[in-house]
Design a protein around this ligand. Structure first.
Ligand code: LHQ
Length: 263
């Protein structure tokens, strides 16, 4: 039996999603995309899942599109790569950003091409010190996709974004953290423990409020201050009606840790 390209395990409110094509550094195939889309749909609809942890098996995180699947056929002069983006990558990035639950990426090794985009689309990225981020697209005559041209300048600034995209040079995990591309770089052997602890902590948090925080920060990328102030008012109204707000305040006043239900 062939192994599934995606492993999903749900424990303590965390769905751990492991890209599982280690012999190809977890490069994306159509089958991997289909399984990832199903896992994200499930995570969105299942109240028992309150945080996601995305990682890769083996020595890589994700090497982007599996190039052997997209190789132009002999004699073929044109191939519409936009179709693959429309069908798989763009919905993936939209699903991750739109999922109103925290998504942690544990980048265990190289994240290249759309694999780097995948990491940048997650909410909190922790990387092993030996990991690296490569905007590999220009190396093969392509343009950064799956959100990279949106994420990079916002996370690292336009000078770094432009140099990464034009040169395709690898950026180490530590430099990525210095630049603000990711949350932090940790020793390789601490990666999974740290990432799991973080995901578990988030899964015990006020899930509804965490989802609204995510929505607010995502919208701030395109909103002016006035629109953002209005949005904060609306979201705070919503959060203030939640059970978790009542519990948070009660726990504070009673000097005890809160027990959030996620509602
Ligand atoms: C791979 C891959 C891979 C297949 C490693 N495919 N086998 C594109 C087109 C269409 C529509 C939508 O959007 C996209 C988005 C994209 O993502 S384009 C960018 C695609 N990705 C790349 O160009 C990266 C290609 N990979 C690499 O440059 C290197 O593998 C990196 C720098 C990631 C890692 O280098 P090494 O650590 O030296 O590993 P390696 O190259 O030896 O790779 C290990 C194996 O994995 C190797 O197979 P082999 O049979 O020789 O052991 C590679 O061929 C295979 N592999 N990436 N994307």
């Amino acid at each position: 039996m062939t192994e599934s390209p995606l492993l999903v395990a749900v424990e303590d409110g965390v769905a751990t999603v492991t890209l599982n094509r280690p012999e190809r550094l977890n490069a994306f195939t159509a089958a991997l995309h289909e399984e990832l889309a199903a896992a994200l749909e499930r995570a969105a609809g299942d109240d028992a899942i309150r945080a996601l942890l995305v990682t890769g098996s083996g020595r890589g995180f994700c090497a982007g599109q599996d190039l052997s699947e997209r190789k132009p056929a002999l004699g073929e002069t044109r191939r519409d790569l936009g179709q693959g983006l429309e069908r798989y990558y763009n919905p993936l990035i939209r699903r991750l950003r739109g999922l109103e639950k925290p998504v942690v990426a544990a980048v265990n090794g190289v994240a290249a091409g759309a694999g780097a985009s995948l990491a940048f689309a997650c909410d909190i990225v922790i990387a092993a010190r030996s990991a690296s981020f490569i905007e590999a697209f220009s190396r093969i005559g392509l343009v950064p996709d799956a959100g990279s041209t949106w994420f990079l300048p916002r996370l690292a600034g336009s000078a770094r974004a432009m140099a990464m995209a034009l040169t395709g040079e690898a950026v180490s995990a530590e430099r990525a953290a210095e630049w603000g591309l990711i949350w932090k770089a940790v020793p390789d052997d601490a990666l999974m423990t740290e990432a799991r602890e973080l995901a578990e902590r988030l899964a015990q948090g006020p899930t509804r409020a965490l989802g609204l925080i995510k929505r607010a920060l995502n919208r701030s990328a395109s909103n002016g201050l006035d629109a953002q102030l209005d949005l904060e008012r609306d979201l705070q109204r919503e959060a203030g009606l939640g059970e978790d707000y009542r519990e948070g305040v009660a726990a504070f006043l009673e000097k005890r840790p809160p027990r959030f239900s996620g509602r």
